[in-house]
Design a protein around this ligand. Structure first.
Ligand code: HEM
Length: 386
């Protein structure tokens, strides 16, 4: 009996202590994290986000325990910065609204106009082929050749060309792969292709840039505009009619346009690509805008690193598309479009009649580049057996 009484008392006592502790805890928490304190804390940190609410709206029934304010949440939605105690001040930006704009442009105009530009260039090239056919050597091949590009020039050309083509294809995959390749190849194949494609895109940027620098060093002296270029441009390089061949040195005006597109486009692709490869480390756009503002353009220079990333991505895409368009035309002329051209970057030796028609002044200046005539005798030529 005594035992039972003692146990009942013990339980009562234990229960009482537990309740006391619980009550103290609740009281403590209540004072530390009272609805008023929470509301005060939240409003303190967001005070700078939005001005005093005109409504001072309170959640009906105090269900959240503190004031809710549509003005504050509207400001948060529009990308306002709140105060944060951590080192990363950017985390005070709960919703980065410019991200919406960036995504809308990337998934809208960039995809539509970029793709149309490249398809447009392919279409124009096809039209040109239908209209003009293959540009032949008007005088016919002479059978005698001359050195057009040496080994270093051809190495620079092909390093740039091969890396550019892979960069272009893997870049297009980043933009269109999901829509185009998944239905064709399935998700697994697309994932494998995209995984390797991303690695290729990151690493091939370096040989591409190296090739662009090599081409610049090797060919810049031959690509300074001169008076012959004006005539060349005025008659469309004679590309549209037979037997018309404006004079040109090593490179004609059309090739100079290609050269400068590759150099300036390559530089721009390289810099914006670098910024994407090492995110949040560059201020290329703010710096460029500051320089351009010398012309009174009033471009914004207080860009956040996030803005820089978004602009870099869009710019990288735009320049990439323009270069792809230009290169489509270039590859056409270098292969199917013009008889005798490919040999320049293939063996390095072109037919002399081709050279006379397209680079007459260069041929006159470089008799020394002539290869021995096929029937000429000399130490380098195979002699028929006696
Ligand atoms: C299959 C791809 C390509 C072919 C067949 C090709 C063909 C050619 C040919 C035949 C020439 C020499 C023309 C001459 O002797 O006058 C040339 C020059 C040149 N190529 Fe390419 N090319 C290709 C891709 C590229 C790419 C991807 C780039 C750059 C991204 C490029 C940049 C250049 C430049 C800057 C020149 C010197 C300027 C000119 O002749 O237009 N090429 N290419």
């Amino acid at each position: 009996m005594v035992d039972l009484k003692q146990r009942a008392l013990g339980r009562f006592f234990e229960g009482g202590v537990a309740m006391l502790v619980a009550a103290l805890l609740v009281l403590g928490l209540a004072t530390a994290v009272s609805p008023e304190a929470l509301a005060q804390g939240a409003q303190d940190s967001l005070r700078e986000v939005a001005p005093e609410s005109p409504t001072g709206g309170t959640v009906p029934g105090q269900s959240l325990g503190f004031n809710s304010d549509s003005e504050i949440w509207r400001a948060v939605r529009e990308g306002a910065f709140g105060a944060v105690s951590g080192p990363n001040k950017a985390s005070g930006n709960l919703i980065q609204s410019e991200g919406d704009n960036w995504r809308a442009i990337r998934n809208g105009p960039l995809l539509v106009y970029g793709g149309s530009l490249v398809l447009g260039f392919i279409g124009l090239t096809a039209l040109f082929f239908l209209f003009r056919g293959r540009i032949r050597i008007d005088a016919g091949p002479s059978g005698r050749t001359m050195l057009r590009f040496n080994g270093i020039e051809r190495f620079a050309h092909w390093m740039t060309a091969v890396s550019f083509i892979i960069l272009a294809l893997t870049g297009l995959n980043l933009l269109y792969g999901k829509e185009v390749l998944i239905p064709l190849l399935g998700k697994e194949a697309f994932a494998t292709i995209s995984g390797w494609g991303k690695i290729a895109h990151n690493y091939l940027a370096f040989p591409f840039m190296f090739g662009v620098v090599m081409m610049f060093v090797l060919w810049v002296a031959h690509n300074i505009p001169n008076r012959h270029d004006i005539k060349w441009l005025l008659i469309g390089g004679g590309l549209f009619v037979k037997n018309v061949h404006p004079p040109a040195r090593k490179f004609n005006a059309g090739q100079k346009l290609i050269f400068w597109s590759v150099i300036l486009g390559g530089l721009s692709l390289g810099l914006s690509g670098w910024a994407l490869l090492f995110p949040f480390t560059t201020t290329f756009f703010a710096d460029t805008f500051a320089v351009l503002n010398v012309f009174g353009l009033g471009l914004p220079t207080d860009l956040t690193l996030m803005h820089e990333m978004q602009l870099n991505q869009l710019w990288h895409g735009i320049v990439g598309f323009i270069m792809m368009g230009v290169i489509v035309g270039h590859i056409y002329i270098g292969t199917l479009g013009m008889e005798g051209a490919f040999a320049a970057v293939g063996s390095g030796h072109v037919d002399v009649n081709w050279a006379r028609e397209h680079h007459s002044l260069w041929v006159e200046e470089h008799e020394d580049f002539m290869d021995p005539a096929p029937d000429a005798e000399g130490p380098g030529r195979a002699q028929p057996a006696e």
